[in-house]
Design a protein around this ligand. Structure first.
Ligand code: ZN
Length: 298
C-alpha cells in the first residue's frame, strides 16, 4: 500500500455528495459538498471539482462510497451503477463509468455504509479492532461487518436493516414503513419509520419522548442478533438517529439484559461502554473510507 501522494474520496448521498482530496494517512487537504440534484448535474460538479487535482497525476485514484442499491459485481455489465433506488431520476445511473470517462484515474466503488466502516476501521472507532460491525441508523438502516479489513460479502451484500426484530405491539401499533416487509428493523426504527409513525420529522421529537425507549429496544434486539451471529469485537452505531447520544447507554443496558450473561467476554460484561460506540470520525467516516478505498486501489 502506497500512502504517499494524494487520493480522492467521494461519499455519495441522497442529499449531498461530499468530495475530498487527502493523503493516504487520512488527512483531508480540501473538501467540498455538492447538493444531490439530477445524476448528470451532480456528477458533472463532482468531476469539475476533481479535474484540477487529477493533472498531472496528483490524484491517481478516487474512491466512491455511494448510496444504494448499487451493483458491486465486477463482472456485471452494470458494475458501478446505482440500480433500483427509489430516489427519483437516479435509477440505473452509471456512477463509475461517468467518472472514469471524464478523469484519468483509477476508481474504487462500494456502498456508502461499507466506506464508512472502512474509514472507522482505518482511522476511527474500530481501529485497530477486527472484526468489527458498523451500523448506520438514519434514512435507512444498513450494516457492514469487516473482517481483516474487508466487508463481508456473499451472494449479495448483507442487508442487516431488514431482519425481523420483536415488534412491541402492546406499546407500538405502527405497522412499519418498509415497502417490502412492513415492520422489519428498518421499517420500525429508521428515520422514515419515525416520521411515518408520528407524522413529523425525527428531529422534532424531544429527547424525553417515550418513543426513544422503544427505539433503544429495537436497536438492542437487532444488535443481539448480529452479536450472536457475527461475534464482532466492536460495534459502531452511526447515522442520523444515533446523534441522540442518550440512546447509547440505553442500548448497552438492553443488549446486556437480552444476552442474559450467555456470552462470557470482558468486552461485553465489563467494558460495554467501549464495545458499543459512536463513530470517531463524526460525519467524515464515509469520505475518509472512500480515501482508504482509493489508496488501496492505486
Ligand atoms: Zn424491510
Amino acid at each position: 500500500v502506497d500512502s504517499s501522494g494524494l487520493f480522492g474520496g467521494i461519499e455519495g448521498g441522497g442529499t449531498k455528495f461530499i468530495c475530498a482530496v487527502g493523503t493516504g494517512t487520512g488527512t483531508i487537504i480540501n473538501e467540498v459538498r455538492v447538493a444531490t440534484s439530477t445524476p448528470a448535474a451532480t456528477l458533472q460538479e463532482v468531476i469539475s471539482y476533481f479535474r484540477p487535482f487529477c493533472k498531472p497525476h496528483e490524484v491517481e485514484a478516487i474512491g466512491i462510497g455511494c448510496f444504494g442499491p448499487v451493483d458491486l459485481e465486477p463482472e456485471s455489465s452494470t458494475y458501478g451503477f446505482i440500480t433500483s433506488t427509489p430516489k427519483p431520476g437516479w435509477q440505473n445511473t452509471d456512477v463509475v463509468g461517468t467518472i472514469r470517462a471524464a478523469l484519468p484515474v483509477k476508481v474504487a466503488f462500494d456502498l456508502d455504509v461499507n466506506a464508512a466502516a472502512l474509514g472507522e476501521h482505518a482511522w476511527g472507532a474500530a481501529a485497530p479492532t477486527d472484526p468489527s460491525l458498523y451500523l448506520t441508523i438514519g434514512t435507512g438502516i444498513g450494516g457492514t461487518y469487516l473482517q481483516q479489513g474487508k466487508a463481508l460479502r456473499g451472494l449479495l451484500h448483507p442487508e442487516m436493516g431488514h431482519i425481523r426484530v420483536p415488534h412491541d405491539l402492546d406499546r407500538d401499533h405502527f405497522s412499519g414503513s418498509c415497502p417490502f416487509h412492513g415492520d422489519c428493523f428498518e421499517g420500525l426504527a429508521s428515520g422514515p419509520a419515525i416520521q411515518r409513525r408520528f407524522g413529523l420529522a425525527p428531529e422534532h421529537l424531544t429527547d424525553n419522548d417515550p418513543f426513544w425507549d422503544l427505539e433503544a429496544g429495537y436497536i438492542a434486539s437487532a444488535l443481539v442478533a448480529y452479536i450472536l451471529i457475527l461475534s464482532p469485537r466492536r460495534v459502531i452505531l452511526g447515522g442520523g438517529v444515533m446523534k441522540r447520544a442518550f440512546l447509547f447507554p440505553e442500548i448497552r443496558v438492553r443488549v446486556l439484559e437480552m444476552l442474559r450473561s450467555y456470552l462470557r467476554s470482558p468486552a461485553l460484561e465489563d467494558h460495554i461502554d467501549s464495545y458499543i460506540v459512536p463513530p470517531a470520525l463524526g460525519t467524515r467516516s464515509g469520505v475518509l473510507g472512500a480515501l482508504v478505498m482509493a489508496r488501496d486501489c492505486a
